[in-house]
Design a protein around this ligand. Structure first.
Ligand code: GLN
Length: 278
């Protein structure tokens, strides 16, 4: 017979990670880990916790083990088919919401949606916005579809998110115009050692790296976005810690105005964007 207190002590994991996995297995709140810490747990729960702890020790991301990650105040389902939502990407959502603040019924396009974290957060914060989300991976679109269904009110004025299987803008109806286009594309260079470290080893490689210099997806998005932006529409892109100069240069060279970069909570220039006036 084991108790929560014993399992947490014996797991060998960092305490916070052990607590998250045990709460997941038991369906308990954080406070119950304290108030119920001497209850005998049933053998099935003990075995499930120990299996998850072993997988965590072997490196699997917490978000894949629990199947979820909080982003922008919402609980997103996560599978190995999608990038795990990162806190710094909340900045990208805020910038896009700012860009459409004055526009009722604004149209927003999220390129490379993955979990749908960006698209669903925007649709949740702005029930009137009409949101399209693109991914080239059908498995990712399934995850995004599930998250949209779980997290968005069926009666939202902007209607359901339109999910499109597409390599960037290739399959987007060219007659559509958007007040904002947003993307967190793969921006890690193929030779970056981080790809072989931590959670990244378990995430889809195509969501992390362009298998080139880290800027090729960003170049493609900046090149094609103007064809789909309403006049004065905004493009915001997340990028790596050392890419802001290059991304601002690409935006300016393509004719964007108001080009600027914004810092994430760690103080790193993490998102760059501008407006395109036809
Ligand atoms: N921010 C992620 C990381 O560095 C990368 C996400 C991406 O390539 N879009 O772990």
């Amino acid at each position: 017979m084991s108790t929560a207190a014993e399992l947490l002590r014996a797991s060998g994991l960092p305490p916070l990670e052990a607590r998250i996995l045990l709460m997941h297995v038991l369906g308990w709140r954080r406070t119950e880990l304290i108030t119920r810490d001497h209850e005998a747990l049933d053998a099935d729960c003990v075995a499930r916790f120990e299996a998850l702890a072993a997988r965590r020790t072997a490196g699997e991301p917490i978000a894949q083990l629990t199947g979820k990650r909080e982003f922008f105040g919402l609980d997103f389902a996560v599978t190995p088919d999608v990038l795990i939502p990162r806190p710094e990407t909340e900045l990208l959502v805020e910038l896009t919401l700012d860009a459409i603040a004055g526009t009722p019924g604004a149209r927003v396009l999220d390129l490379g949606t993955g979990t749908g974290a960006i698209a669903v957060s925007i649709a949740h914060a702005r029930p009137d916005a009409r949101v399209w989300a693109v991914d080239r991976s059908p498995a990712a679109l399934d995850v995004a579809r599930g998250n949209a269904q779980t997290l968005l009110a069926p009666e939202r004025t902007g209607g359901p998110i339109t999910l499109v299987e597409s390599d960037w803008t290739a399959n987007i109806d060219p007659s559509l115009r958007f007040e904002a286009i947003v993307s967190n594309p793969p921006y890690i260079a193929s030779d970056d050692p981080h790809l072989d470290q931590g959670d990244l080893r378990f995430e889809p490689r195509g969501a992390l790296t362009d298998d080139a210099d880290g800027l090729s997806a960003i170049r493609a998005i900046i090149e094609t976005a103007p064809f789909l932006l309403a006049s004065g529409g905004a493009l915001w892109i997340e990028h790596g810690y050392d890419q802001s100069d290059a991304v601002r240069r690409l935006l300016a060279a393509r004719g964007f105005s108001d080009v600027r970069s914004m810092r994430d909570l760690a103080g790193i220039e993490r998102c760059s964007g501008g407006r395109f006036t036809a």
